[in-house]
Structures are given as C-alpha cells and as structure tokens.
Design a protein around this ligand. Structure first.
Ligand code: URA
Length: 256
C-alpha cells in the first residue's frame, strides 16, 4: 500500500469522525459510512445462515472456506486457522494476529484489525493505540494479562483501510470460536467498526457507546477506538466514562 493510499484512508477516517460529531462535511456530502444495507451487512448475511437476536445478527453456519464446526478450544481454533490464506489479506501480511491474553478471561476486547505494528509483532494493540489502551487499562485497574484481546479480522488491511465484507465474513467463524472458547462475561468493542460489526447496527459509535447491550447472553459495551482518541482529544472523556462502567462491572465479576 502506497503512502498516498495510507493518507487517503486516514483522511476518510477523520471525515467519518467529523460526520459522527455532526460537523459539516464539505468534502464527502454523500458519504454514508457502513451500516445496514451496506456491503458488510449483505455479505455477512449471504455468507451463511444467520441467527437473529435482540442484539443483532450473527453467522451460525460458516461460509464454505471456514471450519465446519465450532470448537471450544482456543489452541484448536488457532491450529485450525493455521497460516490462513482464506481471504486476500494474507498476501500482504507479515504475521497473522490471532489474539493474546488469558484463555479464561472474564473480559474480552475486540478491535477492528491489526495495524502496521501489530502486523510486525503478531500481537494486537502493541502500537500507539495499544500504548494508549495500556494507559486506560492502568487507570481502570484492568491488567492486560487478565483479559483477552483480539480483532474482528486477524490480518492487516493494506493502508489500515476498513476490512472488506468478505474478509469479515471469512474471519468471523474464528472470532466466534475464540469467544466460544474463552466464554467472557463482558465484551468491549473498541471503535465503530467492531461495534457495528458485532451488533449489526448502523448507528455511529457516538450513539452505540456508553450503554450495555445483551450480546448472546453476554454484556457488551462499545467505546471509541484508542486511535480515534489519538486523533481527537475530545474522545478521551467519553472513553473514560465507558471504561468506568466497564471497570465497575468487571470488578463486580472478579470480586464475586
Ligand atoms: N487497531 C485495532 O483495531 N487493532 C489492533 O490490534 C491495533 C490497532
């Protein structure tokens, strides 16, 4: 991915943020973002049977290239994923970024996709966004080694663009296997893309954050992505509010 494409993707992200804050959008007046009726929603429905719940839609049968049956073992899921070539993202990756943390975590964080640093190291949230996440963890008294961290897709999209619908659909069974294996009681979706994908909702992250959802019997909260906080300081306060909600729920779980 060229530098100019990197910059273009950054500009798109920034404009999307502006739109969420309802600032006038002088450059992309018709830009609608991702949501219902979008390619992502259409592809995830086309990819396999889906189960509709109050919290949204989730694939219950895997697309052709994915494993046939859900496993409840994290190592087994990783082995099944192997050196994955199921979608186009594999061609440009350095490392597949499966996930890291406590296999029995009560709390799981799900981001969008690995960035350049994560691709290099093979571990999620180790770049600038990860460093900010670590600071938020420390402030919320959440130990990184106690939780589990992963992403919607396991390979870096070129230039940090949003993952494409087919990439999300192809990776989805592995994310479900991870959740199934870990059985967290709390899930935190980091950023718009993870929130909208998990919840199958069209609202912007500004509307989805700050409240609990029932996600297949688990409590799910969404917040702004740490990268968004790095771009826009004004997100830090709402993120801290969300993390205080998360911290309180997590403390209650751990202490009882
Ligand atoms: N952003 C993400 O969504 N995930 C990572 O792992 C790193 C940055």
């Amino acid at each position: 991915m060229s530098r100019s494409e990197d910059i273009r993707n950054e500009v798109y992200r920034f404009l999307r943020q502006q739109k969420e804050f309802r600032y006038p959008d002088p450059i992309l007046p018709g830009f609608k973002g991702i949501g219902k009726g979008s390619a992502i929603a259409a592809a995830s429905t086309a990819a396999g049977a889906t189960r509709k719940t109050a919290a949204g839609t989730i694939a219950t049968t895997a697309p052709a290239s994915a494993p046939a049956a859900a496993r409840t073992d994290l190592a087994g899921a990783r082995a099944e994923l192997g050196e994955c070539t199921r979608c186009g993202l594999h061609g440009q990756r350095t490392n597949l970024v499966f996930g890291v943390g406590n296999p029995n975590a009560k709390l799981m964080f799900i981001g969008e996709a690995p960035g350049a640093d994560e691709d290099r190291k093979g571990e999620p949230f180790v770049g600038r966004a990860g460093q900010l996440l670590d600071k938020i963890f420390a402030a919320a008294e959440i130990r990184r080694e106690d939780v589990y961290i992963t992403n919607i897709v396991k390979c870096r999209p070129p230039g940090n663009r949003d993952p494409h619908p087919d990439e999300v659909t192809t990776c989805n069974p592995f994310l479900l296997q991870q959740i199934d294996a870990i059985q967290p009681q709390l899930i935190c979706a980091l950023g718009r893309f993870a929130a909208q994908t998990l919840l199958d909702k069209t609202e912007g992250i500004g509307r989805l954050r700050g409240r609990w959802f029932d996600w297949h019997g688990k409590r799910l909260i969404c917040t702004y992505h740490p990268s968004a906080c790095l771009r826009n300081e004004s997100y830090k306060r709402p993120v801290w509010n969300d993390f205080q909600m998360l911290r309180d729920a997590y403390k209650e779980l751990v202490e009882n």
